[in-house]
Write a protein that binds this ligand. Structure first.
Ligand SMILES: C[S@@+](CC[C@H](N)C(=O)[O-])C[C@H]1O[C@@H](n2cnc3c(N)ncnc32)[C@H](O)[C@@H]1O
Length: 383
C-alpha cells in the first residue's frame, strides 16, 4: 500500500518550499532521540529510534514562598515579548499537534497524528488545496487515463445488470479526489440512459476544497425547482444524474441498492503502529522531545488499538508474525469494511475497493510525498 502523508505547513513553506515545517520538526527528532538519555531504547527495522515512555515524573519541586507579598503596578511599563530559545517557525498545524500532546499530558498515537495532518479542518493536507496531478504532490490512476473511470463504469453497469436493472441505485464514491473517476464513469455511461437515470451519485468527501473541484468536474448545476421543493437538487450535466455530498458513508441514505467505489481511499485512513518490545507488542506514539521536536516513544501499557492488533494477528499465520518486529493496523479500515458489508447485505449492491500494497501484514507503510518527491523524514517514515 502506498501511503502518502504530506505534512502541510504555513510558515516554513516560504523558506523551504519542499519541506513543510512539520516534516522539518520530525527530522530534528532523530537528533534529539539519539542523544537522549532514555533508560530503554530500541532500533526498529527501518532504523528509526524509538524511546520507551518512562513513568510520570514523581519529583516535585517545592518553591520557597515568601510570607509578605509586594505588588507592583506594571501597567504603564514596556512589556517585552516572551523570550524563547526555540525557533518560532512552527506551522499552525505543528503548534496544534504539540498543543494536543501538551494538553493531554502525554503522547498521541501515530493514527491521531496522521488524522490531524491529513484532515484537520483548518490545516489538513487534503482540506484546502488540490494535491493531485502533475502540479500537485501525487498522481492517481484516474488522473493518468480516462480509461480507468470508464472501466470502473463497465464494472458498475455489469453489477446493475446482474441486480436486475433496478430503477433506483445509490452510486457512492468514497474519497473521490478531484472527481475525475466519477466524471469519466458518467461520461462513458451517458448513452445507456436506463442506467444513468437509475443513479443517484453520493460523493463521500471530507474536504470542502475537493468538494468544489468535484462539483466542477461533474459539471454540476442546481436543478430548476419547478416542484417548489425546499431542498435544491444538484444535477451532473454529464448524465443528468442527481449528486449529493456527505462527510461519511453513514450519512448516505439507506433503503436503496447501493454500489460503492473506493479508489485509494483506505490508503488515507489513519494507522496505528506497533513495535515488538520485551513486554510484548507496544504501540508507537508521538511525543514532543525536550528540544521541541517530535519523537517516537512506545506506550508502556496496552492501548485501545491493542484490540485491533490481536484481531489482525488472528488472520495471519504464526510464522508470518514471528518474523515481524513491526505491525501496522488500521481500525478505521476494519470498521468501514464491516459497515460496507452490513449495508450491502441489507440494501443489496456491491463494492469495488481498490488500493495498492502488500498482501499480508504491513509493518510500516507511511511515506511522505511533497510535489512528487519522496521526502525522507526520520528514517522510519521513509519506506
Ligand atoms: C488518496 S486520495 C484518492 C483520490 C481519488 N480516489 C483518486 O483516485 O484520485 C484520498 C481522498 O479521500 C479523501 N479523504 C481522506 N480522508 C477522508 C475521510 N476521513 N473522510 C472522507 N474523505 C476522506 C481525500 O480528501 C481525498 O479525496
Amino acid at each position: 500500500m502506498l501511503r502518502r502523508v504530506v505534512l502541510q505547513a504555513a510558515t516554513h513553506r516560504r523558506r523551504r518550499p519542499f519541506l513543510p515545517s512539520s516534516i522539518y520538526a520530525f527530522r530534528q527528532c532523530s537528533i534529539s532521540a539519539s542523544s537522549s538519555s532514555s533508560s530503554e531504547s530500541s532500533q526498529n527495522s527501518n532504523s528509526s529510534f524509538v524511546e520507551h515512555l518512562e513513568g510520570p515524573n514523581q519529583s516535585t519541586e517545592t518553591t520557597a514562598q515568601s510570607s509578605t507579598t509586594i505588588s507592583i503596578d506594571r501597567s504603564g511599563l514596556y512589556n517585552p515579548p516572551d523570550h524563547s530559545h526555540q525557533p518560532s517557525s512552527d506551522s499552525e498545524l505543528v503548534k496544534h499537534l504539540k498543543g494536543i500532546i501538551k494538553f493531554r499530558g502525554g503522547p498521541i498515537s501515530v493514527a491521531e497524528y496522521m488524522e490531524e495532518v491529513l484532515t484537520n479542518p483548518k490545516d489538513g493536507f487534503y482540506m484546502n488545496r488540490d494535491v493531485f496531478g502533475v502540479a500537485g504532490d501525487f498522481i492517481t490512476s484516474p488522473e493518468v487515463s480516462q480509461m480507468f473511470g470508464e472501466m470502473v463504469g463497465v464494472w458498475v453497469m455489469c453489477l446493475w445488470e446482474q441486480m436486475g436493472q433496478p430503477n433506483r441505485v445509490n452510486l457512492v464514491e468514497l474519497g473521490p479526489g478531484r472527481g475525475t473517476l466519477m466524471a469519466d464513469l458518467l461520461r462513458g455511461a451517458s448513452k445507456i440512459k436506463k442506467f444513468t437515470e437509475s443513479l443517484h451519485i453520493h460523493m463521500v468527501e471530507c474536504s470542502p476544497t475537493l468538494q468544489k473541484l468535484q462539483h466542477c468536474s461533474l459539471k454540476c448545476t442546481d436543478k430548476d425547482d419547478a416542484d417548489g421543493n425546499l431542498e435544491k437538487q444538484i444535477i451532473s450535466k454529464l448524465s443528468e444524474t442527481p449528486v449529493s455530498w456527505h462527510a461519511t458513508l453513514e450519512q448516505v441514505p439507506t433503503g436503496v441498492p447501493t454500489i460503492i467505489i473506493a479508489h485509494e481511499f483506505y490508503d488515507a485512513l489513519p494507522v496505528h503502529q506497533f513495535q515488538r518490545a520485551s513486554r510484548g507488542w507496544s504501540e508507537k506514539m508521538i511525543d514532543v522531545a525536550e528540544d521541541s521536536s517530535f519523537r517516537f516513544v512506545l506506550s508502556p501499557q496496552p492501548t485501545p488499538a491493542s484490540l485491533y492488533i490481536m484481531k489482525r494477528c488472528k488472520w495471519a499465520e504464526r510464522e508470518e508474525i514471528a518474523k515481524l518486529d513491526h505491525i501496522e493496523v488500521c481500525p478505521k479500515a476494519m470498521d468501514l469494511t464491516q459497515n460496507i458489508a452490513k449495508r450491502i447485505s441489507s440494501d443489496g449492491g456491491g463494492a469495488l475497493i481498490i488500493d495498492y500494497g502488500l498482501n499480508g501484514i504491513v509493518s510500516d507503510s507511511l511515506q511522505v510525498w511533497c510535489l512528487l518527491l519522496l521526502i525522507v523524514l526520520l528514517t522510519c517514515f521513509s519506506r
